[in-house]
Design a protein around this ligand. Structure first.
Ligand SMILES: [Zn+2]
Ligand SMILES: [Zn+2]
Length: 318
């Protein structure tokens, strides 16, 4: 099959890459579309030390699945963390924190920038018929935004700054605003912020944001300086939610967190059900986030384009 392989240093598009190994309990999936994520660009810079097929945001069709035969032929999206199902954390329902886990396209498991992939059947969710492929492919990053509310159900009603106007910031702003948070998105790019302004969500350029102005700051910049800005914007005794993972290591002064009694909360993958419901109801605008479609055969060009600051989301079609 055709696949984009990363050997830890270099990317190559391989026309005869090996078919995925389908283990007991897993499904073989024909990928229909995949999204290029900031995380993919970071992996190429060395984050996670991953070698294999990149890509973790996808929608596909189940080709083979002994564990859940009713899924064969269905359109699905998939949770990316695959736990061992035996350890203490897996048994407690925390497979995303299993110490033995693999993660699609990120850790020890080939990903979605290929014609086929394998995932445990229990990770799969059927996509409602009314949701087109190019929207379904946003389920995984959208679920990551719902994780913020799963971790902190007390946020609705609070003033929240979402930092960053990339895909994650634009999705998180909509999720939190729909949930009843008083959201302002702070970013660098007028044109990207306009996606939110059009929907009545207040936006600001980061040069104009005033210090200590919100009790909650959600950091979605994907840039090493994002945390420093978040720390400046959060009120004393406030909360910083960290959504970006960045390749560059960041020497930071932690004393101001102590002085201001700030809580820092990491936040990663999240629940798929509310994300699929939101896509089905149309309550989240993902259409405006799509900057272009490329065939898998042009994935190298697509990755270059995805790295441009003017671009929000690039999708691959298999
Ligand atoms: Zn992603
Ligand atoms: Zn486990």
């Amino acid at each position: 099959m055709l696949a984009l392989y990363f050997n830890g240093a270099k990317l190559t598009l391989q026309p005869n890459y090996r078919e995925p190994v389908v283990r007991p309990g897993e499904a073989l999936i024909k990928v229909r579309q995949a999204g290029i994520c900031k995380t993919d660009l970071e992996i190429i810079q060395g984050y996670m030390g991953f070698a294999g097929v990149l890509g973790h945001e996808f929608v596909g069709e189940v080709m083979r699945c002994h564990a859940r035969p009713e899924l064969v032929g269905r359109r699905v999206v998939g949770e990316i963390n695959c736990g061992c199902s035996h350890c203490k954390r897996c048994r407690a329902g925390m497979q995303e924190h299993c110490p033995n886990r693999t993660v699609l396209g990120i850790l020890q498991r080939d990903g979605a920038f290929a014609e086929h992939l394998a995932l445990p059947a229990r990770n799969l969710h059927v996509v409602p018929d009314s949701v087109p492929d190019c929207h379904a492919v946003f389920t995984e990053p959208l679920a990551a935004c719902y994780e913020i509310l799963a971790q902190r159900p007390d946020l609705p009603g609070k003033r929240v700054i979402v930092l960053g106007d990339g895909k994650l910031g634009l999705l998180a702003s909509q999720v939190l605003a729909n949930a009843g948070c008083d959201v302002t998105c702070v970013g660098k790019h007028r044109r990207k912020l306009d996606v939110l302004a059009k929907r009545g969500i207040p936006v600001r350029l980061d040069s104009t944001a005033s210090p200590h102005s919100a009790p909650v700051v959600v950091e979605c910049t994907g840039s090493p300086s994002g945390f420093l800005l978040a720390r400046r914007l959060v009120e004393p005794r406030g909360l910083i939610v960290m959504k970006s993972t960045v390749a560059a290591s960041n020497a930071m002064q932690l004393a101001p967190l102590v002085i201001d009694e700030v809580t820092v909360m990491g936040s990663r993958c999240g629940p798929f059900d509310p994300a699929l419901k939101a896509l089905e109801s149309g309550s989240i605008d993902v259409e405006s986030l799509i900057s272009g479609h490329y065939p898998l055969s042009e994935v190298l060009t697509a990755l270059d384009r995805a790295a441009s600051p003017r671009v929000i989301k690039i999708l691959l079609t298999m």
